[in-house]
Design a protein around this ligand. Structure first.
Ligand SMILES: Nc1ncnc2c1ncn2[C@@H]1O[C@H](COP(=O)(O)OP(=O)(O)OP(=O)(O)O)[C@@H](O)[C@H]1O
Length: 254
């Protein structure tokens, strides 16, 4: 049975996609059968692992809205042990269309259920909102990983996110737990960064990963080559950080 991890934060641009893609790629490289699920209409995970979004036949939109089976949408990537359920731009409409679907909060969970035996890890890249799509991800997940950007307003919105997690836990998915809080775009030279880190650790005692992801331009370049950082520039500090993070996740999930 796989472990399903939702990568969520309703705040935009905090490193959800970068983290989902690179954690998934490292899990695959470390021998774990891994499925990345892109439910963000922007589709940056999909293009980030080298898929041309225009050539896709079945996407997570079809899974959420048209009753497509998970297996029909799975695409093998060029990377070791890494497959993806890609997204398409029409997913933007799914947030509204889902409202009319029976058991609308459990569509993704039901679609992933038959795939869980085939993968060791399933990573879900969530959109930057707390709507029905993110609710579907939290309902389908065993745990949630929250990337937090090391910046002044980092804590803003986190209580709202934790309220959503608690609500899903209460109503649909009592096993849902917090996998951890990941500090992204870390720049240790800045005083502000240190202050933010202290604040976040106070807010989430013992839940902040000891690995932090440094700010590095290579991490922002890699997606334009359709490659996770580990294949684009393996020895880069961002690549090594995601590798160390995956070791931390594997240790915790042994
Ligand atoms: N550690 C990092 N160093 C430098 N740039 C980064 C780093 N992490 C992410 N970025 C860049 O910051 C931007 C936002 O990151 P990303 O797309 O991963 O965030 P997101 O939370 O998924 O965004 P959205 O909410 O829009 O889906 C991207 O341009 C990405 O390349």
């Amino acid at each position: 049975m796989s472990k399903v991890i939702a990568v969520a934060n309703q705040k935009g641009g905090v490193g959800k996609t970068t983290s989902a893609v690179n954690i998934a790629a490292w899990l695959g490289a470390k021998g774990k059968r891994t499925l990345l699920v892109d439910i963000d209409p922007q589709g940056n995970s999909t293009s980030g692992v080298g898929l041309d979004r225009r050539s896709l036949k079945t996407t997570t939109y079809d899974i959420l809205i048209n009753g497509a089976k998970g297996a029909d949408a799975v695409v093998k990537t060029a990377f070791e042990k890494l497959s993806i359920l890609p997204s398409s731009a029409d997913l933007a409409a799914a947030e509204i269309e889902l409202a009319d679907i029976p058991a609308r909060e459990a569509v993704l969970k039901n679609a992933l259920a038959p795939l869980r035996a085939e993968y060791d890890f399933i990573l879900i890249d969530c959109p930057p909102s707390l709507g029905l799509i993110t609710t579907n991800a939290l309902n389908a997940a065993d745990s949630v990983l929250i990337p937090v950007q090391c910046e002044y307003y980092a804590l803003e919105g986190l209580s709202q996110l934790m309220n959503s997690v608690q609500a899903v836990k209460r109503r649909y998915n009592e096993r849902l737990e917090l996998e951890g809080v990941l500090l992204t775009m870390y720049d240790g030279r800045l005083n502000l960064t240190q202050q933010v880190v202290t604040e976040i650790k106070k807010y989430f005692p013992r839940k902040v990963f000891s690995t932090v992801i440094p700010r590095t331009v290579r991490l922002s370049e890699a997606p334009s080559f359709g490659q996770p950082i580990l294949y684009y520039d393996r020895s880069n500090k961002g690549s090594q950080a995601y590798g160390a993070l995956v070791d931390e996740i594997l240790k915790k999930n042994r």
